[in-house]
Write a protein that binds this ligand. Structure first.
Ligand code: SIN
Length: 499
């Protein structure tokens, strides 16, 4: 199969890029599950941008840098925020109907922001953006979609990418492309507790590493402070915008503990809030208080503003206007990834990357809330100016491994190893880390898992989606652990404790 643009992944950045690229040539989107299965679909909060006359571009930059512990690439931050309002307007032009009042966008607030600057659609902003983009993509004659297609390997020779090998309908297929775009999202599934969907297994970072891309800032894993404390996988997210509308964190003694801890109180940057909840939980459960008594909001307001969350909690008998919501931190976002420039270039010719899989440098050591949809959109708005056709004979040289059956012994063992990886990452690369344990215990254990996986694949001659996905998780997990081991001092969401 040949195409001009091969897009791997179907979240906001992949779909947005596809719509731009379709004006230049044929686009093929391959996605691991269904088109709609992406982290974007899970994003509740909104998209941060300078949209209000009383807001200031400089203040959004400052909030992004402060939250990122000044580890950010300032040039990239300025670029993203300068283009923020245009990005929101692009979504509106495509048909996204953000909340409005008297014809003006209504804006909300999240942790680390000193201004209400987040455009939203109820508590399902990502779902609505994804719905609109999917509709547009499906109606575009220049875009073809292959669902349930797993990208096994990028095809590269001499630092140039020619497309990818994919598993589709139980066969390995070769897709040759003039330009290949990795937009596969994040890595939350590497952790036992996460808000991320099952597809977030770090595949894009693994594909990039194998192709020779550089990675950066992998140690900065953001833990969302308020996932619902209930054994469901992934954890259900209680959006930070609930605190943006006045809800407060409360401990088992009935204390609103964030009040004294930070000038921004419950809307302090996420790393600070997540760590505080984690330490409070040693003495008992932690709750979010969105009750009318605490927030002044009526049942009707809460139902309208947070329809998804309200309904979900009600199934557990929790009424937002009355009852406390039990919360706990969970892995949410990786701030680092494949190093890209402002145009999504990866350093490998004809290979681009957009969205959470990248490290553009905008997030620094800790992402400012609702800057992720913004980053995904702004950077994927980059239009590849000249479509250079690849002239390659790569298809004659490509060797493919043999496919293993879904119920093979190797698959079953890989599924067990997946659980071991999740457990290991949560234990050693979680909210509070101990470097000595990362070095002495976590890294050797992950290396053993990698060796086992290598044996299962009989030196990579056998594979299937489960096995490759588990290899990807182990490979990316090891890099996260190594990066965490290298960074000696706490910074942003990398928090180390001496023992
Ligand atoms: C949330 O709604 O709390 C998540 C938003 C984000 O991750 O930026």
């Amino acid at each position: 199969m040949r195409t001009n643009f091969l897009v791997i992944g179907s979240g906001i950045s992949g779909l947005n890029f596809a719509l731009h690229a379709a004006k230049k040539g044929r686009v093929l989107i391959v996605t691991k599950k269904k088109l709609i299965d992406s982290s974007t679909n899970y994003a509740q909060g909104g998209i941060a941008a300078v949209l209000d006359k009383t807001d200031d571009f400089k203040q959004h930059v400052k909030d992004t840098l402060e939250t990122g512990a000044y580890h950010n690439n300032k040039k990239a931050v300025v670029f993203m925020i300068k283009n923020s309002a245009a990005a929101v307007h692009r979504l509106m032009d495509l048909g996204v109907e953000f909340a409005k009042e008297n014809g003006q966008l209504k804006l909300t607030q999240e942790g680390g922001h000193h201004h209400r600057r987040i455009a939203y659609v109820g508590d399902y902003t990502g779902k609505e953006i994804e719905r609109i983009l999917v509709k547009r993509v499906k109606n575009n004659k220049n875009i073809t979609i292959i669902e349930d297609a797993f990208a096994l390997k990028l095809i590269t020779t001499n630092k140039t990418c020619f497309g990818a090998q994919i598993i589709h309908k139980n066969k390995i297929q070769i897709i040759l492309a003039d330009q290949t775009i990795v937009a596969t999202g994040g890595i939350g599934q590497l952790f036992e507790y996460t808000t991320n969907p099952p597809i977030s297994t770090g595949d894009g970072i693994a594909l990039g590493i194998e192709a020779g891309c550089k990675t950066k800032d992998l140690e900065f894993i953001q833990f969302h402070p308020t996932a619902l404390e209930k054994n469901i996988y992934p954890r259900f997210l209680i959006s930070e915008t609930v605190r943006g509308e006045g809800a407060k964190l409360i401990n088992s003694k009935g204390e609103y503990f964030m009040e004294k801890l930070h000038p921004l109180k419950d809307l302090a940057p996420r790393d600070i809030v997540a760590r505080e909840i984690y330490s409070q939980m040693k003495n008992g459960p932690v709750f979010l208080d969105s009750s009318t008594k605490c927030t002044g909001h009526t049942k009707k307001f809460l139902q309208n503003r947070f329809p998804q969350i309200y309904k979900h909690l009600l199934k557990d008998g929790i009424k937002m206007e009355k009852n406390l919501i039990p919360v706990t931190p969970a892995a949410h976002y990786i701030c680092g990834g494949i190093v890209t420039d402002l145009h999504g270039r990866t350093g490998i010719k004809n290979l681009f990357a957009f969205g959470e899989v990248t490290c553009t440098g905008v997030h620094g050591a800790n992402r400012l809330a609702s800057n992720s949809l913004l980053e995904a959109l702004v950077f994927s708005n980059q239009i590849i100016k000249k479509l250079k056709k690849s002239v390659t004979k790569a298809d004659t040289k490509i060797k493919s491994p043999k496919l293993l059956a879904k119920n093979s012994r190797q698959t079953k063992t890989a599924l067990i190893l997946k659980q071991e990886i999740k457990h290991l990452m949560w234990q050693y690369a979680g909210i509070i880390r101990k470097r000595s344990l990362i070095k002495q215990e976590a890294i050797p254990q992950m290396q053993k898992i990698i060796t086992k996986l290598f044996q299962l694949s009989q030196n990579k001659t056998l594979t299937n989606q489960t096995l490759t996905e588990t290899e990807n998780m182990a490979k990316v997990g090891l890099l996260i652990l190594q990066a965490a081991n290298k960074r000696k001092k706490s910074l942003g969401c990398h928090f180390v404790q001496a023992i």
